[in-house]
Each structure stands twice: as C-alpha cells, then as structure tokens.
Design a protein around this ligand. Sequence first.
Ligand code: 7TS
Length: 415
Amino acid sequence: MADLDVTDIRKDFPILSTTNHGKPLVYLDSAATSQKPLYVINRVSEYYKTFNANIHRGLYELSMKSTEEYQRSKELSAKLINAESYRDIIYCRNTTDAINIVALSWGEPNIGKGDRILITDMEHHSNIVPWLMLAKRKKAILEHARLKDKSFVDMDDFKEKLEHGPKMVAITHASNVLGTINNAKEMARLAHKAGALVLIDAAQSVPHMPVDVKDIDCDFLAFSSHKMLGPAGVGVLYGKDQLLESITPAIVGSDMIRSVTFDSADWNELPWKFESGTPNMEGGVGLAAAIEYLERIGMRRIREHEMKIARYALKRLEEVKGVKVYGPGVRDADKRGGVVSFNIAGAHPHDVATIFDSEGIAIRAGHHCAMPLVNQVLDETSVARMSFYLYNMEEEVDRAVDAISKVRKVLRIKE
Ligand code: 7TS
C-alpha cells in the first residue's frame, strides 16, 4: 500500500499554513476536533449559496435538491460503516447526543430495577454519564470492566461481569486517552452470548480506520462528523433496523411525525422518526463531502499512516528522560490509534500545553473527559496529549519533542 502523500494532503487544509504565536502551526489535537479540507469548506459554502432550503417540506426545486443531498449524505455514512441501508443512520448533534438517544429511547422502557449496564474503565464521559443517570433513575447497576496494564480491557474481568447478565454493554472502540483500540468484534460476540445489546462509541475509530458494523455485529454505534473532517453539529447514530423499528423515540415533534391528532401521534419511517425538528442540513452536506474526501484517500491508508506516526512519537518520547507515556507501548503499536498521552516529570500538563502553544504547537491537557480513567486508573489529575490525523508529519513530532526541552528550561526542571 502506497504511503500517504502528506505534503499534498496538507495543501488541502488552509489552516495548516497559518501560524501560531508567529510559528508555523503544528496541530496535534485532532482527537478533540479535526481540521477541515477546502473540499468540505467549499461544499458547505456551495450549500448556502446554491441549495439552502428546509428538507422534506418544499415542493420546489431547492428543497428537493437539499432533501436529495441530505439523503445522499446518509447513504454515504451507511456505506462508510457498511450498514445495510440509510434507514439505519440517524443524524443527531454528536456522539454524546447519539448515546443519549439510546439511553433515553431504548434505556427508559428497557432498563428496570436491579438491571445491569456494563461499560469499561476507559470510557469518555459521553459513554458513562448517560448510563449512570439512567441507572440512577431506574435503580439499575452500572458496572465497569477493569483494565490490564493500565492499557487494555482485562478480558477476564469483562467476562466475569458479563456473567452478571447486563442488558446493555457500551464500550469505546478506541480510547481518546490511551489510544488503545479494543477488539470490538470479540467483545460484542461475548456480550451477545451473555444476552446483552451492544453499543460502540466509535468517536475515535470511524475517523481513523475502516469500521464495519456488520463485521462487529454491534446493535448501536455512534460517531461525530467534526472529528472526521466534517462540520460540527452532526453526529451519527447507527442502529440495527429491527431494533430501531421497535423503539419509541424519546424526543418528539416536527418532521418525525407521520400523523397526529389531539389524542394520538404515530411516527415517520426510519431513520426520520428519530430526527425531530429541522436537522443540521449544511452539516449533513459537509459530512458527505468529508466522507468522500476520506474515502478517496482510503481509510486503510489513513490507519497505516497514523500507526506509523504514533510509533514514531512513542519511540521519540521513549528517548526523553523523565517522560512518562500512557497506554500501549511501541511493541503494541498495532493495537493503538494516533493518540499519545504523556507527562513530563516536574511539569504540570497545563504548563506543558501553554509552553507548547508558545512554540506554535496545539496539544490538549487535562482529564480529556475521561476522569475515572485519568484519576482512578492512571492515578493522575491531568495528562498532556498529542493526537494525530492524516495531515500530521514526523517533523511535527520532532517539533513537539524539541518543545519538551523548552518546557524543562522554562520551568527549570533538572535533567
Ligand atoms: N467518545 C469518545 C471516545 C471521545 O473521544 C469523545 C470526544 C466523545 C465520545 C464525545 O464526542 P462529541 O463529539 O460528542 O463531543 N473526545 C474529545 C477529546 O478527546 N477531546 O475533546 C473531545
């Protein structure tokens, strides 16, 4: 497989030629949100300039064009994750919203007193809090599978907790702190054997690697457009057709209704029954462009590139004294994505991020919305994190490693 031509790719992203504090920008925070190529920017602009109209409402050409393009976006999303049909693709606001839709629409009528929900110790708040609140409302039990080597889900513990018979197993496909990529297929197989439904938080996997919902055989899967070159404000919830058919939406009104009287209402067909009110039409059109762009490059090649750059970063950081790296090590680089969290002995991660910023380098520091993982498992209050995407280069890792010396100098940390 040919390597990515990153120099060429970078030309598509105007922001990557800007400066930060007078230095060429090094953007290493794509796990928070990705940058956008001109192809996406222009497509959104074209939407506003040439076919902006509300979908499913107008009997005029503009509205038909807008409806068609929105529908096409769903077809592209379905194809990207190998879903059977656009019917199984619900657009919402983001991954957080998608998980909340499941916790409310499926969870409210299906979870009762004493029922169990199983997550893992490496979840983002978005895949903890909706379940925690549901469990509190219903007097249900939220369990979490432990980690092994502070890096991987401990499969013995996971299996043991499956024996408690959870009704829902909700797991992240890729951790936004450790970089670990979980074996979602095997975890889903085990969870189904134990009688549970399976939700995959794919916020950090769909943007970076091929993901196949039929192969994983998950019941639900969630991801966000803004982390995969698309506009913010669009999230994707995939669900198995029959399951979605059987669920009553929790949020109701507007276009999701088929018929209504003062006494009753019934729902539109899938996927529209889960989309109440005017959706983010320009966002949907932008996401379609993002998917086209990603697929033109190829998800497998993007995965290979990120694996290479993460391996390079791990190796470079290993050489620096006093730097602690979290998650799978270099030897397990094939089991991790392009997220590398680290700390420098004697330096608070917020100071690290501020000094990196003065060098033109954007990284994130904090608990990364995974507080139970960072505080209780890693035993840290905060970690610094570099995260890579298809437009990052090894030279940028070098600049980040050089910035560590600057951190030491500014904070007067001895070697
Ligand atoms: N799940 C995972 C694994 C995530 O990394 C994130 C966002 C979310 C869910 C929520 O996505 P949203 O689009 O609904 O916000 N993660 C991060 C991050 O690592 N830094 O900023 C946001």
